[in-house]
Design a protein around this ligand. Sequence first.
Ligand SMILES: NC(=O)c1ccc[n+]([C@@H]2O[C@H](COP(=O)([O-])OP(=O)(O)OC[C@H]3O[C@@H](n4cnc5c(N)ncnc54)[C@H](O)[C@@H]3O)[C@@H](O)[C@H]2O)c1
Length: 390
Amino acid sequence: MDVIKVGIIGCGVISQTYIRDIRELYQESGGVRLELAACGDVDMEKAQECAEKYHIPEYGLPEALLKKEDLQILINLTPPRFHFELNKQILEAGKHLFCEKPFALTTEQAAELKALAEKKNLKIGSAPDTFLGAGLSRSRYLLDMGVIGKPLYVTANMMSYGVETWHPSPAQFYRSSAGPLYDMGPYYLTALAVMLGPVESIQAVSGTGFSERMAYCGSSEGKAFPVETPTYYAALLRMKNGVLVNLTVSFDIWKSGLPFMEIYGQEGTLCVPDPNMSEGMPVWNRKEDILNKVLPPEHTMPSVSMPTEEMLKEYYPSTDEYTRGSGVLDLAYAIVSREENRAGAKLAVHVTEAINGIMQAARSGEIYHMRTECSRPAPLKKGLQPGKIA
Ligand SMILES: NC(=O)c1ccc[n+]([C@@H]2O[C@H](COP(=O)([O-])OP(=O)(O)OC[C@H]3O[C@@H](n4cnc5c(N)ncnc54)[C@H](O)[C@@H]3O)[C@@H](O)[C@H]2O)c1
C-alpha cells in the first residue's frame, strides 16, 4: 500500500467535511491510502482546535505546512481570494496541490498554476469532484449509452437565495471578486464539460437583485453588508460538440421549480441530479413514451431496453448526498500510478476560463470565444464499492 501524507490548509466550514470523508469514505483505493497528517490556518487557534477535535497529529501556520517534507499533497480550503497565491506557494514548495473551487479567479492565474505544476513535475487537482459521485456517474453512463440519443440542448439552473442563512461569514461571497458564478458555477460548468466536452463560445447577461444583504447567522447575525458583484447570470453556451446550453446561476432566487440540469436529446430527456451533490438518481424519458400514446397499435414503437434504477445503483453505488474528497484520492492515485487525474489541471483551467468568459460576455455584450479546451475525464469503472476510484 502506498501511503500519501496530506495536509489541509484552511480549517473552516468545509474542512470538517473533507476530514470526515477522507477518513471514512475516500481513504484508500487501488493500493493508495491517504493519511491526514497535518492541518494549518492563518488563525492558529482554528488550526489547533481542528487538530485536537479530529486527532490530526500536527498543526501550524500555512508556512509551517509548506515546509513539512513528509507532506505530498496540500489541500487548499481557504476562501477563494487566497487560492491563487497559496496554490502558487504550495507548488513552489514542491507539493502536489488540491484546491477547492474556484481553482483561481482569472484564466491567466489558472494557466500560470498549470504551467508551474508542469515545470515542477507536480500534479494539480481541483474541486468540484462531485462528478465522481454516483449521481453524475449514473447520468454520464446513461448519456454515453445513448438513453436520449444525440444530445441537443441543456438547461442548467443554479437558483438559490445565497449563503447567508447558513454560512458564518457570508459577506465574502458578495465581494467584487466573488459571487455565485465563482462559488456555484464550477459545479455546473464542470458537470457540463465532463458530460459533453469543452465549451466553445459564450453569450451572457448579468444582474444584481439586491444592493445589500443581511447575515442570518454567525458572528455578524443581524448585520447588513454590501453586494459588490452580479448575483444573477444567464448564459448561453455553445459546446464544441454543438450542444446549446442555457445556464442560469443566481443567489437572488427565493424559490424555483426549475431542474438543476436537463439534457434534451434526439430520442429523449435526461434529468440530472444536483451537480453540487455526490448522490442522486437521474430520471429519463424516451420518445416512445410520448409517441406510443398517439400511434395506432400496429405502428407502436418497441420499448428500448434500458438499465433499471437497481442496475444503476449496482454500477455506481450510493454514498451520502454531500461528500467531499474523492478528487484528493483521485489525485493521490494518479501520483502513484502516473496516470492523469480526472479532476485535473486542464479541466480546472477550462472551467476557470468559462467563468471568466461568462463575466466578460455579460460586461461587453459580445460573444466570448473560448481559448482553452479539455477532454472528458475517464469515467469511473462500473461496480466499484462506494468511495473507490480505481
Ligand atoms: N462552506 C461550504 O459548504 C463549502 C462547500 C464547498 C466548497 N467550499 C469552498 O471551500 C473553500 C473554503 O470555504 P469555507 O466555507 O470552509 O470557508 P471558511 O471561511 O469557513 O474557512 C476558511 C478558513 O481559511 C482560513 N484562511 C483564510 N486565509 C488563509 C490563508 N491565506 N492561509 C491559511 N488559512 C487561511 C480562515 O482562517 C478560515 O479558517 C472555499 O473555496 C469555498 O468555495 C465551501
